[in-house]
Design a protein around this ligand. Structure first.
Ligand code: ZN
Length: 69
């Protein structure tokens, strides 16, 4: 049996949807490139700025809310 050549693990780049090498060789993982990572970080940052501080959607806040009833 010939085993297939070890393939590096690949994931989908969250930014562009392309294949991205998920290995220590790719310092931008899970993004495919620095560009994609920067774009994503930029979006995240702008989101953080445009949205006022709000509790994340979690069961804990829900439970806490109901306790006031
Ligand atoms: Zn990408």
């Amino acid at each position: 049996m010939t085993s297939p050549s070890p393939r590096p693990r690949q994931v989908r780049c969250p930014q562009c949807g392309g294949l991205s090498l998920y290995s220590p060789d790719n310092r931008w993982r899970p993004f495919c490139s620095e560009r994609c990572k920067m774009i994503d970080l930029g979006q995240w940052a702008s989101d953080a700025y445009s949205i006022p501080v709000e509790e994340p959607d979690s069961g804990m806040t829900d439970a806490f809310d109901r306790s006031g009833d």
